[in-house]
Design a protein around this ligand. Structure first.
Ligand SMILES: [Zn+2]
Length: 155
């Protein structure tokens, strides 16, 4: 399942990528018509907080109107509506920067591309196939997991 987030949902878009879901981002230059055409052509689920856009889009593509201001609450709305669960393995998530898939790389391949401290203390590294960024289960990953836990709780 893939998503298209409108310009108001930038943080949500990044989080969906971290959670393992492909999410395209429609910048604020995109007109409503372009966004609707994009979503219907690619058969992706349009995420928006704009009631007018949601109303117009409904005839053309699957549309989810979100209500919360908060990206964590928005993610919960998406998961509830779509009956999804966040995926917590980085090898299955997409790059939060460019939405490309990540692949596992060897420690040797990560050498010189991450901080020496990280290199020394981590075993598992992933590389973005799109932009080449290296990811690892570091302290930031612990923070992500905490937030994921909060998002995944159903209350
Ligand atoms: Zn990337």
């Amino acid at each position: 399942m893939r998503f298209l987030a409108d310009a108001m949902l930038h943080r949500l878009c990044k989080w969906l990528r971290l959670l393992g879901y492909s999410c395209e981002y429609a910048s604020s230059e995109k007109k409503d018509d372009e966004i609707i055409r994009w979503a219907s052509r690619e058969k992706i689920v349009l995420l928006t907080r704009d009631e007018e856009l949601a109303q117009r889009a409904r005839d053309y593509c699957k549309t989810l109107l979100l209500h919360s201001n908060d990206f964590q609450e928005q993610a919960k709305e998406v998961f509830r509506a779509m009956h999804l669960k966040p995926r917590k393995t980085p090898s299955r998530t997409t790059c939060p920067e460019c939405n490309s898939p990540l692949s596992k790389v060897t420690k040797a391949e990560a050498k010189g591309r991450v901080w020496p401290y990280v290199f020394k203390h981590r075993r598992d590294f992933w590389e973005c196939r799109g932009c080449g960024r290296i990811y690892w289960k570091g302290s930031h990953w612990t923070g992500i997991k905490k937030t994921l836990g909060r998002m995944a709780s159903t209350n």
